[in-house]
Design a protein around this ligand. Structure first.
Ligand SMILES: NC(=O)c1ccc[n+]([C@@H]2O[C@H](COP(=O)([O-])OP(=O)(O)OC[C@H]3O[C@@H](n4cnc5c(N)ncnc54)[C@H](OP(=O)(O)O)[C@@H]3O)[C@@H](O)[C@H]2O)c1
Ligand SMILES: *[C@@H]1O[C@H](CO)[C@@H](O)[C@H](O)[C@H]1NC(C)=O
Ligand SMILES: *[C@@H]1O[C@H](CO)[C@@H](O)[C@H](O)[C@H]1NC(C)=O
Length: 339
């Protein structure tokens, strides 16, 4: 027994036990009341508290929204909903054809202007960023959605991951994210208004074994958002790291929505209607989690077991996903051989 616990037992023996019982009941009651209050605040945030209006960031006044990874999934939904809110949109992703298609759809459906720029963030090509600086310099940008990201193809131990995947994640999720933010900011600062939404993930909050580089890149995003948000707070610029759990998309490889796994549409709708509301992520400055089932999961993760528990939980889940993904690869390889 440690000397501390020996001493503790000794103190209890020497004193009246009821003092200690009273002390621990007060501590217990305090913890219970704190958790209850934080849960009520969560419900208030999710169902009653309104978010900031998009008008504050230039909606319907000719202002632009810049969206990275705009041609599919969550980014495409941001582009459509911001256009519906009367922002002109600059759409960025790799595939010109997909971008053109979306651009046409948006212009005819929402009567706003749109521009596209096709680039591969993984290439880290200086020329692309110079071109973007040129294009964005001429636009009155009110909103930036840092949505593009790349992930490990399947859960993979770090030591087995290819250098290519590791470099791509750093280039897209960290370097590209910083570069585009720096390109957009000057205009926001000079006009004293702006909204920067960084599309984050639960794996930035709970370190995720087998997705280690992706997970760390999302933690980078969350930490950077808190620091930058604080720097820009007095300049009228809102920075928000939006914490997502799974959403139906190509990246998540989930095709069917459920209570916990929404389609991009309702997910983005709740984000845009709750700007400035922290929801289930109220423990981290400038982070938010407002899609109700995700917010509840976020709250439970931070208010029940400790981090080691969730990290270990993530390891066993990803070991399992990896096994199944490898078996699927084998089956596909066998099938293509048979053809
Ligand atoms: N889906 C989830 O469950 C989930 C959960 C938590 C967080 N997130 C985050 O949500 C964001 C969006 O993910 P998503 O699920 O919507 O992904 P997605 O459906 O796969 O869409 C990714 C978008 O980014 C573009 N893109 C991909 N790699 C690119 C690159 N190297 N350079 C330029 N553009 C690129 C893609 O278009 P092209 O192919 O035309 O380039 C596409 O428009 C990411 O930041 C992700 O980390 C997603
Ligand atoms: C273009 O958009 C239409 C619907 O708007 C869609 O059906 C089609 O698949 C899209 N094509 C490409 C290349 O994305
Ligand atoms: C976290 O909780 C687990 C049990 O869920 C426990 O075994 C472990 O010691 C705890 N770790 C810390 C650092 O408190």
């Amino acid at each position: 027994m440690s000397s501390f616990s020996e001493k503790f037992v000794q103190i209890i023996q020497e004193h009246d036990l009821s003092i200690f019982l009273a002390f621990f009941s007060i501590v217990g009651a305090f913890v219970a009341v704190t958790k209850a209050l934080s849960f009520w605040k969560l419900l208030f945030d999710l169902y009653l508290r309104p978010g900031k209006s998009l008008k504050q960031f230039g909606a319907d006044t000719g202002a632009w929204a810049v969206i990275t990874g705009a041609s599919d999934g969550i980014g495409k939904e941001f582009a459509c909903q911001l256009a519906a809110a009367k922002f002109n949109v600059l759409l960025i992703s790799r595939t010109e054809l997909k971008l053109q298609n979306l651009s046409n759809d948006i212009e005819s459906k929402y009567q706003v202007e749109s521009k596209t720029y096709a680039m591969d963030f993984a290439k880290g090509d200086k020329k692309d960023y110079e071109n973007l600086k040129e294009i964005i310099g001429k636009l009155n940008v009110g909103v930036l959605i840092n949505n593009v990201a790349t992930n490990h193809e399947i859960p993979t131990p770090f030591i087995l991951e290819t250098d290519e995947v590791i470099n791509n994640i750093v280039e897209v999720n960290v370097a590209g994210f910083l570069r585009i933010t720096k390109i957009v900011l000057p205009r926001m600062i000079s006009s004293n208004r702006g909204l920067i939404i960084n599309v984050g993930s639960f794996s930035g909050m709970v370190p995720t074994p087998y997705l280690s580089v992706y997970s760390a890149s999302k933690a980078f995003m969350s930490t950077f958002s808190a620091a930058l948000g604080t720097e820009l707070n007095s300049k009228g610029i809102v920075v928000e790291n939006v914490n997502l759990y799974f959403v139906v998309s190509a990246m998540s490889k989930i095709r069917k929505s459920s209570w916990l796994v929404p389609q991009p549409k309702p997910c983005v709708k709740s984000i845009l209607s709750k700007i400035g509301v922290s929801g289930g992520a109220s423990n981290v400055p400038y982070s938010s989690c407002v899609y109700p089932s995700h917010a509840l999961a976020n709250w439970l993760i931070t208010n029940t077991f400790n981090q080691s528990f969730w990290v270990n939980n993530g390891l066993s889940i990803n070991e399992d996903i990896r096994k199944r993904a490898l078996r699927k690869r084998e089956r596909e390889a066998a099938a293509s051989k048979a053809q």
